[in-house]
Design a protein around this ligand. Structure first.
Ligand code: ADP
Ligand code: ZN
Length: 363
């Protein structure tokens, strides 16, 4: 059981990482003063695989777990779902000093986290992330959110969990496409700060979910990078922008496809390659490093289903809230693998060339 501390102003919270560690969960809860009555919020798919096990383990240890099961999917991050969950919590008599346990991927984490932050003005929150993306990204950093019909994550808050409990073994049952999505963020952490991540992915059969040892290392390294960055910059000042690497163009791609054909992590993989291209073209990223990044991205993204890109639509979405086309953008770019530098003069022409490049590579 490895422990990483996310340091934040006046305190911090731990991330526990290990493989097959679920039976240790009640002891960790006790250590953090979690009271007997807890409510586990999860989705139907995750419930089918892990809920009975967790509930049994909790009961055996003297806890009194209630359960709320919702359908899977991003559309659940809605105000109407939140309202229904409040009603259930009131019926279950969840008290202020009691705890909500978010068991599942990023959707459950964001939704249950939002509920925990607001119900009775805030109850204890514990994350048990079961997707690679949630283990390396969404559960770390203290953001909770739901969607509005005008946009994703428009309603939310900063809210810290008591702790995060990542059991790598849950990745065994994760669909391969979900694994690839998580790897998008993992590769990002490798390029911005942790060369070891790329060494691991380069030599191994990734994205296969069979070799859990590899994923344990990847999750540990990734959680370290993310918690380092958010520790340094809890409220999204400039430094946190380093985590946006791959996301300017990645978001443009996702949005140009109406968030339908590609998943977030898949679009980010492509965005990473595109933004690295800008860097190598500027002459700030060595060619050898770029070729390495390219090889790794192509290996992981082989199975990405959709590879047609509409350049004008992508550019339009990138500049959408900037009003002026041609305006220069801010961005961290890699200057070598593991090292980033901030630039405030990324031009329309560079973005345009980067999109031409990925169109050519993925054709
Ligand atoms: P993300 O973490 O990528 O934001 P979601 O919370 O939407 O994504 O989870 C993606 C899908 O994977 C959902 O359908 C969810 O039910 C399912 N899922 C989550 N964890 C597991 C797991 N460990 N094994 C199998 N399926 C899972
Ligand atoms: Zn992301």
């Amino acid at each position: 059981l490895r422990r990483i501390i996310v340091k934040v102003r006046d305190g911090g919270y731990p991330i526990y990482i290990g493989s097959g560690i679920l039976e240790k969960f009640p002891a960790v809860c006790e250590k953090h003063g979690i009271r007997s009555h807890v409510v586990i919020i999860t989705d139907r798919i995750v419930a089918g695989i892990y809920l009975d096990g967790l509930v049994g383990i909790m009961r055996d240890a003297g806890f009194r777990p209630d359960v709320i099961i919702i359908p899977p999917g991003e559309s659940q991050k809605s105000i109407s779902r939140v309202a229904r969950i409040y009603t259930e919590l009131i019926k279950m008599k969840l008290r202020r000093d009691e705890t909500i346990i978010a068991l599942g991927g990023g959707v459950i984490g964001d939704l249950a986290g939002f509920v925990a932050a607001t119900y009775l003005r805030g109850v204890n929150l514990v994350y048990v992330p079961t997707t690679l993306l949630a283990q390396v990204d969404s559960s770390i950093g203290g953001k909770v959110a739901i969607n509005h019909k005008f946009g994703k994550n428009l309603i939310g808050a900063f809210y810290r969990p008591v702790f995060i409990f990542s059991d790598i073994e849950t990745l065994k049952t994760l669909p391969r496409r979900e694994l690839i999505c998580g790897l998008g963020e993992v590769v990002k952490y490798g390029i911005i700060m942790k060369k070891d991540i790329l060494d691991i992915i380069e030599d191994r059969d990734v994205p296969s979910g069979d070799n859990l040892k590899i994923y344990r290392k990847l999750v540990e390294h990734s959680a370290n990078v993310k918690s380092y960055v958010v520790s340094r910059d809890e409220r999204e000042r400039k430094y946190r922008m380093i985590l946006n690497f791959g996301h300017t163009i990645g978001h443009g791609i996702e949005a140009s496809l109406n968030y339908k054909k590609l998943k977030h992590g898949e679009a980010i993989l492509i965005g990473i390659l595109a933004e690295s291209f800008i860097s190598v073209k500027r002459g700030v990223l060595p060619k050898v490093d770029f070729e390495r990044i390219k090889k790794i991205i192509l290996k992981i993204s082989k199975e990405i289903p959709h590879k047609e890109f509409d350049k004008n639509s992508i550019l339009k979405h990138i500049y959408l809230d900037k009003k002026i086309m041609n305006q220069r953008l801010n961005m961290f770019l890699p200057v070598r693998i593991g090292m980033m530098r901030f630039f405030d003069d990324i031009s329309f022409r560079e973005l345009s060339m980067a999109i031409d490049y990925i169109k050519e590579v993925f054709f």
